[in-house]
Design a protein around this ligand. Structure first.
Ligand code: V47
Length: 332
């Protein structure tokens, strides 16, 4: 599939795209019991799209992060999504200690550090990305989340995240992670200054890398929230959101999951998205802060009952999954 062909998909009607995308899924929609933990919001990059960084920000101690993680595990959480910022005071040993202490006491999957964080901290430590990731894998890191991808086209990155790792570098970090046996997700932040062609380039680059490594598990189209950001702007329309999700499913047909991330879409649109190519609603997402700093009005977390209800409303069969999209339990 060429970039031009992906752009042309957006010319189809929303109904046609929805039908095409939905036919690629199997009737199930999944979720995971997860918690987000942000270790810091002190950030050198200060991206214009982000409302989370702060000059008077916080940094949690190793023990605070570990305590938060283990408390969540006690409640049944099976995936710990640990991300933060580009903090000049932190380095490899901080993360090693966190991951080691958590994995000594629990089997929860540690999904931590976006590719841009990996690039930032490895550079700061004057280590290769391979060495940095190998050390963290040894300490218990199991998977990389998909954040920091924004739009993988330099024209857009120069506007929305000018000081962050380039598109090339984001992809390179993922390639190295996959070669080390560390699976990952991929995101795309859309609904700001990008064109359909930029989205097409983003999807094309992910598809190409997946053909080489098969290391991506799921894709998360993230709806841009403009509140409290330097870039500002308006939220994208529901039609654009659903078309983008449907095109993502069609182009990334060898990604196991396409997430309807309820935190950013809201419950109603996330439910609808399950008929437009999405086959997962992410999860309970205890502790989310990044979207809520930028004006998301969704709840702070979800119960399993509510997720199951949401999926049933969409006419799909709910199933709990693990981080790698293996089904654990169906709610038929
Ligand atoms: O990397 C920043 C984005 C991401 C805004 O891998 C914004 O399973 C909307 O990566 N409006 C963090 N989005 C979220 C993320 C994620 C979420 C859920 C699941 C997974 C996964 C990953 O949020 C950042 C950035 O791309 N972001 N600012 C904003 N104003």
């Amino acid at each position: 599939m060429k970039v031009r062909e992906i752009v042309e998909l957006f010319e189809k009607s929303i109904h046609e795209l929805g039908k095409m995308a939905d036919s690629l899924n199997d009737g199930y929609a999944t979720f995971v019991l997860n918690k987000h933990i942000n270790y810091s919001n002190v950030c050198e990059s200060k991206c214009p799209i982000c409302a989370y960084h702060s000059d008077n920000g916080f940094t949690k101690s190793v023990d605070e992060v570990v305590r938060e993680a283990l408390e969540a595990v006690k409640l049944g959480v099976k995936e710990l999504h640990i991300v933060g910022s580009h903090n000049p005071e932190l380095g490899v040993e901080y993360f090693e200690e966190i991951f080691r202490k958590i994995s000594e006491k629990s089997d929860a999957v540690i999904k931590a550090l976006t590719a841009t964080e990996v690039y930032y901290y490895s550079k700061k430590e004057k280590m290769s990305v391979r060495e940095f990731l190998s050390r963290l894998k040894e300490a218990g890191l199991k998977m990389l989340p998909g954040g920091g991808a924004e739009i993988l086209a330099e024209r857009v990155r120069r506007i929305i995240s000018p000081r962050k790792a380039s598109a090339e570098r984001w992809l390179k970090v993922m390639k190295i992670a996959h070669s080390l046996g560390i699976k990952s997700n991929a995101t795309m932040l859309f609904g700001h200054v990008e064109s359909y062609r930029d989205i097409a380039i983003h999807l094309y680059r992910l598809r190409k890398l997946q053909e080489k490594t098969n290391g991506f598990v799921s894709f998360i189209p993230l709806l841009y929230h403009p509140e409290n950001t330097k870039l500002g702007g308006e939220k994208a329309s529901a039609v654009k959101i659903l078309k983008t999700i449907a095109v993502s499913r069609i182009v990334l047909d060898d990604f196991k999951g396409i997430k309807a991330y309820w935190v950013m879409l809201g419950e109603d649109l996330a439910t609808l998205a399950l008929n437009y190519g999405a086959n997962d609603v992410d999860g309970t997402v205890l502790g989310e802060k990044i979207a809520h700093s930028a004006g998301a009005k969704t709840p702070r977390a979800m119960t399993v009952e509510r997720l199951v209800k949401m999926i049933k409303r969409a006419g799909k069969i709910p199933a709990e999954r693990d981080s790698f999209f293996n089904v654990i339990r169906c709610y038929e």
